[in-house]
Unconditional design. Structure first.
Length: 169
């Protein structure tokens, strides 16, 4: 879903309540025949994000949360879910990030064979390879006999290059 400008803040606040401690949205005004006042707003999309339909437009709940709490439309930036759970919209789990910073906080991919992001088995060298992406450019960190050494190299590179945006599992 492409980001679009958000509706006026006052209009949102008249219709939807956002609880920053729980990350849950509830309807203040009845938006449709099937929806009741006090009902939780939104539904989970195919990617696991909560989306809310408002005035015939679909919005990501994390964008609405940031907007309703801080009063800033994060149109030019991404909203990063710090814990990696895309349906946790508590305000202390949301932060502004560039696209590159948002990618730094990714979970381990399902096709990963090491259990650690940026570490994989290299068939040609028969060693574990560590790598890290910096602004969409891959940086080779080395080949390692032991998987643990490759993971350590990756972790050290994350501390050095990713800082506060590194995944905190």
């Amino acid at each position: 879903m492409k980001s679009k400008p958000l509706p006026p803040l006052e209009e949102l606040r008249e219709n939807i309540d956002y609880n920053p401690d729980t990350g849950i949205f509830t309807w203040i005004k009845k938006p449709s025949i099937a929806t009741k006042v006090g009902q939780e707003a939104g539904s989970v999309n195919k990617d696991g994000y909560i989306c809310i339909s408002f005035r015939n437009n679909l919005y990501y709940a994390h964008r609405l949360a940031y907007y309703m709490y801080y009063g800033i439309d994060p149109l030019e930036k991404k909203i990063d879910h710090i814990c990696g759970s895309c349906n946790n919209n508590k305000i202390n789990n949301l932060r502004l990030a560039t696209h590159s910073q948002n990618l730094m906080n990714r979970v381990v991919g399902i096709d990963n064979n090491s259990g650690a992001t940026g570490v994989g088995w290299n068939k040609k060298s028969k060693k574990w390879r560590a790598r890290i992406n910096l602004d969409c450019v891959e940086k080779h960190l080395g080949y390692f006999t032991n998987k643990e050494d490759a993971i350590q190299a990756r972790n050290e590179a994350e501390v050095k290059y990713y800082g506060e945006f590194r995944r905190q599992d």
